[in-house]
Write a protein that binds this ligand. Structure first.
Ligand SMILES: Cc1cc2nc3c(=O)[nH]c(=O)nc-3n(C[C@H](O)[C@H](O)[C@H](O)COP(=O)(O)OP(=O)(O)OC[C@H]3O[C@@H](n4cnc5c(N)ncnc54)[C@H](O)[C@@H]3O)c2cc1C
Length: 394
């Protein structure tokens, strides 16, 4: 009998299960996860303090509850150790699990921070709900936090922690936050707005070592200066989990490479979410994975459907200065131009009159919608006649 196996119970894995069940209530679906399979929205992790939410309140359902409501078998605390694409089964810590179709929804790993020293092991990162539980436990009764990395997630945590009354220092290697996503003026305005809520910046610096200092941690930076705080959080970025796929002979690049039908180079093996590189694009955000799960559910239901991406602006959850950005394509020619409009800083990235990206520093929902409409789609609808996978070789 046809069995769909999904590795991963994050927003991609559970999102696919929900979409599949809208189309087909019966086909057996098994999900495998290394964690407890709790259902939660990962973006809430970086604004839960301001929202007054405990880790327990972030969980909307247990694995048992979602499994029962959507007729799925969920293997929790089960590590996938290998994929045998010839035998069509995955090896797990609980034994082999056969599949007819396999979906990799395995997420991404935090980058190693590279900090040395006796307290380096105490540096935390938050990439799932159980990490977040550990982070909140570490914050209990403490006052100060140093964040490594002033990118999207580092800025969100900095805002959340500062608003909740913690002393926050951010060590960032760039000259201002989010320098790879935003035009300079908006990035600097974000840095200044975070400073206004109490965030201290250490720009153009790297943390080299972490040593214990009573119950606190002292970081030494690359200019010899030190920063001491109770808790250190690393938020320097994520790397798609590709190792298991690569070991199984599945093509990987920056992520697990799939075509517009979300299929890898191996027939009946698909990838979605943060682990996937879809037609050359690695977009580790919620909107792309929602597009993916709708398309893949249709494909698995017997109607091959290519994923299409409209323009998908990303909202940075920094209430000190809410930022929205739709970055231009990496190789785009053109330049940013800035203006103030509706009490908002507006950056437009244009090439020969064509809007290719934009950034907003401030709340301007109607402008955001208007600009998003002018952007070309990131992946246009597939032309008629291309309904079928292109990468699979077996
Ligand atoms: C703090 C934070 C805030 C964010 N805020 C936003 C936001 O505001 N907007 C936005 O669009 N995006 C945001 N993102 C990104 C967004 O949350 C992710 O793109 C999305 O949640 C990824 O879901 P996923 O299912 O692909 O991966 P994950 O949620 O990481 O799930 C991976 C799953 O794979 C399982 N797994 C992995 N390896 C194995 C193995 N070997 N064996 C068994 N199971 C395995 C894990 O147990 C887990 O169940 C944020 C991310 C973070 C960390």
């Amino acid at each position: 009998m046809e069995t769909i196996v999904i590795i991963g119970t994050g927003m991609a894995g559970y999102g696919l299960l929900r979409e599949l069940r809208k189309l087909d209530k019966e086909t057996p679906v098994t999900l495998i996860t290394a964690d407890d399979g709790a259902v939660y929205a990962k973006p809430n992790l970086s604004n839960a303090l301001a929202a007054g939410k405990s880790p327990e309140q972030l969980q909307s359902q247990s694995a048992e509850q979602i499994g029962a409501s959507l007729n799925a078998r969920i293997l929790t605390r089960t590590q996938v150790q290998g994929i045998d694409v010839a035998a069509r089964q995955v090896a797990t810590s609980q034994g082999a699990v056969p599949y007819s179709r396999l979906v990799l929804a395995m997420g991404a790993d935090p980058f190693a921070h590279g900090v040395q020293g006796a307290a380096a092991q105490r540096i935390l990162s938050v990439n799932d709900l159980s990490d977040y539980r550990a982070f909140r436990a570490a914050l209990d009764g403490k006052r100060s936090v140093t964040i490594l990395g002033g990118g999207l997630i580092g800025c969100e945590f900095a805002n959340d922690l500062a608003t909740a009354g913690y002393q926050v220092t951010v060590v960032h290697r760039g000259p201002y936050p989010l320098e790879r996503l935003l035009p300079q003026e908006i990035a600097q305005a974000l840095g200044a707005a975070l400073e206004q809520v109490g965030v201290r910046w250490r720009f153009e610096r790297l943390a080299l070592t972490a040593e214990p200092n009573d119950h606190a941690i002292t970081l030494t930076l690359d200019d010899g200066s030190v920063v001491t705080s109770d808790v250190v959080l690393s938020a320097i970025g994520l790397r798609p989990r590709t190792a298991l796929a690569a070991a199984a002979g599945i093509a990987t690049g920056r992520g697990i490479m799939v075509d517009r039908w979300l299929q890898t180079n191996v027939a009946n093996v698909y990838a979605i979410g943060d682990c996937a590189e879809v037609a050359g694009l690695v977009l580790p955000y919620v909107q792309p994975l929602l597009q993916q799960v709708r398309a893949l559910a249709a494909t698995l239901g017997g109607r091959p459907t290519a994923v299409a991406y409209p323009a998908m602006p990303v909202a940075v959850k920094t209430p000190a200065l809410p930022v929205t950005v739709a970055p231009p394509p990496v190789d785009a020619a053109g330049a940013w131009c800035l203006e103030a409009q509706e009490a908002c800083l507006v950056g437009r990235f244009e090439d020969a009159g064509q809007l290719l990206g934009f950034a907003l520093g401030g709340q301007a929902p109607s402008l955001r919608m208007a600009l998003a409409k002018q952007l070309p789609p990131l992946l246009p609808e597939a032309p008629a006649g291309q309904a079928g996978a292109t990468m699979a070789n077996s």
